[in-house]
Design a protein around this ligand. Structure first.
Ligand SMILES: Cc1ncc(COP(=O)(O)O)c(C=O)c1O
Length: 393
């Protein structure tokens, strides 16, 4: 419906089910199609046969989703203590959780010692020294900053030399030497080039850096090639190259996809509440930056599908309810002219939508629903108004 971008349309059964759900749940709400998640896992496993998938739970950390991924044999990647608590609560074991992240405070390491130390992704020499001191028997991987001109939004290009992530290639020797003098077990090196990557060349350049490092500093047990797969990326060719790299260095291949597995499975359902013309043509909707920050944060575009019909078409910007000029979820969307209360599905909202949502303007977090083909499961109820106040005096 919207823009020139191509996208995968919703499954008709799911689309019908959304209309039913809207009879029982207040908009806006998030809804996820479990079959689409399964299908994306299948695609990934076919492209990277034998690769170990650590799902990046920051994309969507709902327990109702994590528990399914656990049943299907996936592991998880976490980046905060909160995510580790959540992963353990979902049932993952410590060797099934990989904790990355650039800052691990002493308090956090103490707590990990108490609740069970996951595999640690170490991000700097400081991080490494602190872990050697406080959790000397941990198992770890070292994150490398490949120092490459990655093509994606600046906030998503973690593999650029100027980003805050990883150890530069020239520091790897020193880091490994530090680790060798300790009891820490370094399983291998890790690279995560960025997010929403659409160009194979970025990965090829990243893999070439890893190849050089493995030749120079190997042998290792594992190679972690991160996540970041854009929704339009050709996984077939990429998978073959990743597998070849892993075979060549006789290591296990680890991956950390987030968006790819869940983005297209999810929608944000919102109702339209009238049209307003300034120098632009706005359709007023009841969802905005509190539920979907990506357009504002990254200039991300989300396709939009109407859940109503009208032969008369019109082009709108979708204006959210916040008092912020940036609170516009999509621009220049051509839609059938809506009546008040008609429903829109904002697509590709399964990743980094709910997980990045906020209570800005005392907006309660919406309900989240999972469609299993047997019916709807409420995996998170709408936040209660009282919950917004309960931590205050
Ligand atoms: C270290 C790491 N791994 C994996 C991911 C997942 O990225 P994506 O959802 O783009 O696959 C991220 C995203 O920020 C990350 O920082």
């Amino acid at each position: 419906m919207s823009m020139s971008q191509s996208y995968t349309a919703l499954r008709p059964e799911f689309k019908e089910a959304l209309k039913e759900a809207a009879k029982n749940f207040q908009t806006p709400f998030y809804a996820y199609d479990l079959q689409t998640v399964l299908e994306r896992i299948d695609r990934l496993q076919k492209a990277f046969p034998g690769g170990e998938i650590f799902y990046a739970m920051k994309a969507n950390p709902r327990l109702g989703i994590l528990r399914r991924l656990l049943q299907w044999g996936l592991f998880v990647e976490a980046v905060s203590l909160g995510e580790v608590y959540r992963a353990y609560k979902a049932g993952f074991q410590r060797n099934e959780v990989l904790l990355n992240g650039p800052v691990k405070t002493p308090a956090m390491l103490e707590e990990l010692d108490r609740i069970g130390i996951p595999i640690l992704g170490l991000d700097s020499l400081t991080d490494l020294r602190r872990v050697i001191r406080m959790l000397p028997r941990a198992r770890a991987i070292l994150r490398v900053n490949p120092d490459l001109p990655i093509a994606t939004h600046e906030h998503l290009a973690t593999g650029r030399g100027e980003s805050k992530f990883g150890i530069l290639p020239e520091e790897v020797e020193q880091a490994l030497e530090l680790a060798r003098r300790s009891r820490l077990e370094v399983l291998g090196l890790h690279v995560h080039l960025g997010s929403a990557l659409e160009h194979l060349e970025d990965y090829q350049a990243g893999y070439a850096v890893m190849d050089r490092l493995y030749r120079t500093h190997g042998p290792f047990q594992v190679i972690n090639l991160g996540g970041g797969f854009g929704l339009g990326l050709d996984l077939g060719e990429l998978g073959a190259q990743a597998m070849a790299l892993a075979h060549q260095h006789k290591v296990e291949l680890w991956l950390e996809p987030g968006r790819y597995l869940v983005a297209e499975a999810g929608v944000l359902v919102t109702r339209t509440w009238g049209v307003k013309r300034t120098r632009r043509n706005y359709l007023l909707i009841d969802a905005g930056m509190s539920q979907l920050i990506r357009p504002m944060l990254y200039g991300a575009t989300h396709p939009v599908e109407p859940l109503y019909k009208n032969p008369v078409m019109e082009t709108y910007d979708l204006a959210g309810p916040a008092c912020e000029s940036g609170d516009v979820l999509a621009r220049d969307v051509t839609l059938p002219e809506p009546k008040e209360g008609d429903l829109l599905a904002i697509l590709q909202a399964g990743a980094y939508a709910s997980s990045m949502s906020s209570n800005y303007l005392d907006t309660p977090r919406p309900a989240e629903l999972l469609w299993t083909d047997q019916g709807w499961e409420l995996i998170r109820r709408q936040q209660r108004w009282e919950a917004l106040l309960e931590d205050e005096q």
